[in-house]
Design a protein. Structure first.
Length: 228
């Protein structure tokens, strides 16, 4: 259940914290004392799915569901509504580790690329479509596992992802602005080979998926850019 914060409660919550991210509408992320994060969400329109399924609630539910699958995720401590700011918020414990954006630059280590490809393949086999899957949202945790942050935009299927969903999700990974730069320099097709190798399939099925992925329009622009 979301806790309503008035102006005084909000001020006490963020006292001693520092702003990690803001945009033209205000603060988006606070780093709070005690290695906690306050992530704020703005509802952009009155009639929107965010009114029916608020982002902070999605974040918490997605975190719980991913944790049940064994994926390391932040531990949610509180959901809140902040009416005077017209914001929703989620307070969570930081997931200890380093982002792959940091670890892959400037030259991606092959071992880490293999782990990332295997991790993505495992998520896809579990039916997890993490739209924000760029290297800035994937962490190498202190225990050596890969984990996820920024969880409000996750979809769960009751089956492994199909070829189109896999292609679009791989595009998200490579097209993540500065976060995907090291991957783009390394190359999409070499990464696909690592991804396919990680799937628990026979060689024929892997080959058919490879053909579908390379033909999919979601990846065509990346392939064309690499070859130009």
């Amino acid at each position: 259940m979301s806790h309503r914060l008035d102006a005084g409660e909000y001020a006490r919550l963020v006292a001693g914290g520092r702003v990690l991210e803001r945009d033209g509408h205000g603060v988006k992320v606070w780093w709070l004392p005690g290695d906690r994060i306050l992530k704020l969400f703005r509802v952009k329109r009155w009639f929107t799915s965010a009114r029916l399924r608020p982002y902070h609630v999605r974040f918490a539910r997605n975190a719980a569901r991913l944790a049940r699958l064994g994926v390391p995720v932040p531990r949610v401590e509180q959901l809140c509504r902040i009416p005077h700011l017209k914001r929703q918020g989620v307070v969570y414990r930081m997931l200890p580790g380093r982002t792959l954006s940091d670890l892959l630059a400037p030259e991606p280590p092959l071992e880490l690329l293999e782990r990332l490809a295997a991790f993505l393949a495992e998520l896809h086999q579990e039916g997890v479509y993490f739209r924000s899957v760029h290297p800035g949202n994937v962490l190498l945790c202190e225990d050596g596992r890969l984990g996820l942050i920024d969880l409000q935009d996750v979809r769960f299927r009751r089956r492994p992802l199909n070829a189109g969903e896999r292609a679009r999700n791989i595009r998200h990974l490579f097209a993540g602005g500065r976060h995907g730069a090291s991957l783009r320099r390394w190359g999409l097709e070499p990464f696909l080979e690592l991804y396919l190798r990680a799937l628990p399939w026979d060689e024929g099925r892997r080959r058919r998926l490879r053909q579908r992925l390379l033909r999919h329009r979601a990846l065509q622009s990346l392939i064309t850019r690499e070859k130009s």
